[in-house]
Design a protein around this ligand. Structure first.
Ligand SMILES: Cc1cc2nc3c(=O)[nH]c(=O)nc-3n(C[C@H](O)[C@H](O)[C@H](O)COP(=O)(O)OP(=O)(O)OC[C@H]3O[C@@H](n4cnc5c(N)ncnc54)[C@H](O)[C@@H]3O)c2cc1C
Length: 384
């Protein structure tokens, strides 16, 4: 067993952990170690749908998404290598008047903070998404800059650049516990030894509460099942199609590489108790359900051949917003989790903010005060 000294330990080598490592690496100069129990991106990142858009209903998340979009667009210059960003455009559509009124309000708020998502007519939607059925819709919005990326390549390139700049990665190493002395973090105990550190950042997604609970802290993250399925695109859609977040059918879908279309449902599919043991397979009924909902918008996909699918887990906080925060009462402990089904699109800016919290004392890129952990303390969800 070894004993190692470091300034910062990041627990979790997913896209958010590796983004934090990238942003903490030189020229900031901190000694950083990322500890990952599996391989990099082996958690929910590798299972991500990786849809990138900025049409969030909550301003802090929209700001994180906007800041992140610039990274995905200029990945080669900012990070190096390719994250596989493919611009597809994304339509957000609703099927009733109440949802339409909410969407209108949301788009107006998004414009104020710099998102280019705009309300479009159903005629314009037909032009942007040829073959789409629109007669059941009440409103459509469109973000031309939206798209998707390769979640594993995104993580790999962030980690590669961080490593080049001096960050150490310990994969295949489980953090067994976080050490706290007199109200201050002092390091972590791992399966390969102890690491002393002034700051510990827990970016462990669905495993986060498991690490925090022994310290008397609990965010109250609910782990829920989310599945995505891939279909072969028919010849008439060979060139691709816009992504859709479809409030009328309850599904979302986007084109994927290799002539595929990837889709899933807008709401998760029940609780998952153990992120280390869950059924990763997708049931035929789910495949049929998603195909039917996608075909209700793009009828050309009605007979699309099912290629593959997988399940993953959304880590959802009590108010379904991320937590990016210092942990009250434990100096040096920071947590970034609760990203649910949207953490990939936010990862570049979240990593930047975490690095700013450590080196500058507070996040500067985006005001993260609404995402602090103490927002739950009123209802006693957080016990630390
Ligand atoms: C099916 C599915 C579809 C999705 N689609 C989208 C989408 O279209 N767009 C979008 O923006 N987001 C999407 N998401 C969400 C997004 O993928 C996640 O929010 C994001 O990947 C979270 O990254 P992370 O680094 O926080 O967590 P993870 O990738 O889960 O990384 C956490 C890491 O911590 C490690 N770890 C845990 N405990 C320990 C320990 N004790 N010691 C050491 N290591 C530990 C784990 O092994 C894991 O690798 C989707 C998620 C799923 C499941």
């Amino acid at each position: 067993m070894s004993r190692v000294f470091s300034d910062v330990v990041i627990v979790g080598g997913g896209v958010v952990g590796c983004s934090a490592a990238f942003h903490l690496s030189q020229p900031r100069g901190a000694r950083v170690i990322v500890v990952e129990k599996g391989s990099l991106a082996s958690g929910m990142t590798k299972r991500s749908g990786a849809l990138i858009h900025t049409s969030f209903t909550h301003a802090p998340e929209a700001r994180l998404a906007l800041a992140s979009l610039r990274y995905f667009q200029d990945w080669k210059e900012i990070v190096g290598g390719s994250c596989g960003f493919t611009q597809t455009g994304c339509a957000i559509v609703t099927g009733n008047e109440t949802a339409a009124a909410k969407l209108r309000e949301q788009i107006a708020a998004l414009w104020k903070i710099g998102s280019h998502t705009r309300v479009i007519s159903l005629e314009q939607l037909r032009e942007l998404a040829p073959g789409a059925r629109v007669d059941d819709l009440t409103l459509a919005a469109y973000e031309a800059e939206a798209g998707y990326a390769d979640p594993v390549e995104t993580t790999r390139t962030l980690a590669a650049r961080a490593k080049e700049r001096g960050v150490a990665f310990k994969t295949g190493t489980l953090v067994k516990g976080i050490r706290v002395n007199m109200g201050r973090v002092s390091g972590v105990d791992t399966t390969t030894g102890e690491i002393d550190a002034l700051t510990v950042v827990v970016i462990a997604g669905a495993w986060t509460d498991r690490l925090l609970k022994p310290l008397g802290v609990e965010i109250g993250i609910q782990n829920t099942r989310a599945q995505v399925v891939f279909f072969e695109r028919p010849a008439e859609l060979k060139a691709g199609h816009a992504a859709f977040i479809d409030g009328a059918t309850g599904a979302h879908f986007r084109p994927h590489t290799f002539g595929l279309t990837m889709g899933g449902l807008n709401t998760p599919q029940g609780e998952e108790k153990d992120p280390d043991h869950f059924d990763e397979h997708v049931a035929p009924e789910f495949v049929a359900d998603v195909r039917q909902r996608i075909a209700a918008r793009l009828p050309a996909l009605a007979q699309a051949r099912y290629i593959r699918g997988h399940a993953g887990i959304y880590d959802t906080s009590p108010d379904a917003r991320p937590v990016i925060s210092r942990v009250p009462g434990i100096e040096g402990l920071i947590v970034a989790a609760g990203f649910s089904g949207e953490g990939f699109a936010l990862a570049p800016a979240v990593g930047a903010c975490v690095a700013e919290m450590i080196t500058d004392g507070a996040a500067r890129s985006v005001d993260l005060r609404p995402l602090q952990l103490n927002r739950f303390s009123k209802n006693d969800t957080v016990t630390g």
